[in-house]
Write a protein that binds this ligand. Structure first.
Ligand code: PEP
Ligand code: MG
Length: 325
């Protein structure tokens, strides 16, 4: 079964009736990138850069970062590489950057909040990404966005980084696409406003589920309540996708939900054609897409949307998965 799946690595992810999806990999390192490509990833949909900052005693330099980003860009060839800027805080800590103790770290100093508070640190990373953009198709992704102001401020710092490179005569992709994670409920709610500021959305369902349902994703005691298939999540997804489509920007999903093959009918119904997932999930999800009819998947997704409980939605998706494979 594993070998059969591996044969799908070079096959496009197209439904029986011709709807094509793009499956990219979530990575944290060059090694992950190689594994993702081996599993047929069409580029990198989420490079979690925080791991470059972990297990060391100082911040990585611009050159150190540039070297890693360039290698990932080169390995990915013509495929896009979405680099997410530093997303520490919450559950991810750095030994050499102490964050004062917080009562609610997940609602605290994290993600883009830290980057905007430490603009030099942020600019170093943006400069490294820009330099690497001369070697492949890079895109920049900002995490934990919850307001329009944050996007404007982040883009301003990006422009400064570009200006400094211009002065030095260093080349980069001046048209590099800039996107944001939609993983905070406020961002989903104002997706129409945010869409005017960016080139793409990437929906991070891991955090979105945690924040929408007020269920800590790390808390074992309430793990039973962590429901990606909650009707509230489907509504947030639809609001976000509609805003993206209305503004003519692309929208992808990069949370764990993307790597669950049972979600495929939802993507077909919502009109999401870009997914990014852990390399281990790529072939399973592709197998599901290859065995699906988009017309039928859309109908199942629509039916899900009308259901009232997570249990009913999950049961319907489960039943759909059993009947096809
Ligand atoms: C997410 O929140 O869904 C996501 C993809 O990012 P992370 O899991 O790194 O928080
Ligand atoms: Mg997240």
């Amino acid at each position: 079964r594993k070998e059969q799946l591996q044969q799908l690595a070079s096959v496009a992810a197209v439904t029986i009736d011709g709807v094509q999806l793009r499956l990219a990999g979530n990575i944290s390192s060059i090694k992950d990138c190689e594994i993702a490509l081996k599993h047929g990833a069409e580029g990198v949909g989420l490079f979690r850069t925080e791991f470059l900052y972990m297990n060391r005693s100082t911040f990585p330099t611009e050159d150190e970062q540039f070297d890693v980003y360039r290698q990932v860009a080169e390995k990915s060839g013509n495929h896009a590489v979405v680099i997410r800027t530093l997303d520490i805080g919450g559950d991810k800590e750095l030994e050499y950057f102490s964050i004062p103790e917080e009562e609610n770290p997940v609602l605290g100093y994290r993600g883009i909040r830290i980057s905007l508070d430490c603009p030099e640190l942020f600019k170093t990373q943006l400069t490294a990404i820009l330099r690497a953009s001369a070697y492949g198709r890079m895109k920049i992704l900002f995490p934990m966005i919850s307001s329009v102001e944050e996007v404007i401020e982040a883009k301003q710092i990006l422009r400064e980084a570009m200006h400094e490179l211009d002065l030095k005569g260093i080349t980069y992709d001046a048209e590099i696409p800039v996107g944001i994670m939609i993983e905070v409920p406020a961002a989903a709610a104002i997706a129409d406003l945010l869409a005017e500021e960016v080139d793409f959305f990437s929906i991070g369902t891991n955090d979105l589920v945690q924040y929408v349902l007020a269920v800590d994703r790390m808390n074992e005691q309430i793990a039973e309540m962590y429901h990606p298939y909650h009707p509230a999540i489907l509504r947030m997804l639809r609001t976000t996708v509609r805003a993206a489509h209305a503004a003519g920007i692309t929208v992808s999903v990069c949370g764990e939900m993307a790597g669950d093959e049972r979600s495929v009918p939802l993507w077909l119904y919502l009109g999401i054609h870009d997914l990014s997932m852990s390399p281990q999930s790529l072939l399973r999800v592709k197998h599901k897409i290859l065995g699906s009819k988009a017309t039928e998947g859309k109908a199942v997704g629509e039916q899900c949307y009308k259901l009232r409980t997570s249990a009913e939605i999950e049961a319907l998706l489960e039943q759909n998965s059993m009947s096809e494979v």
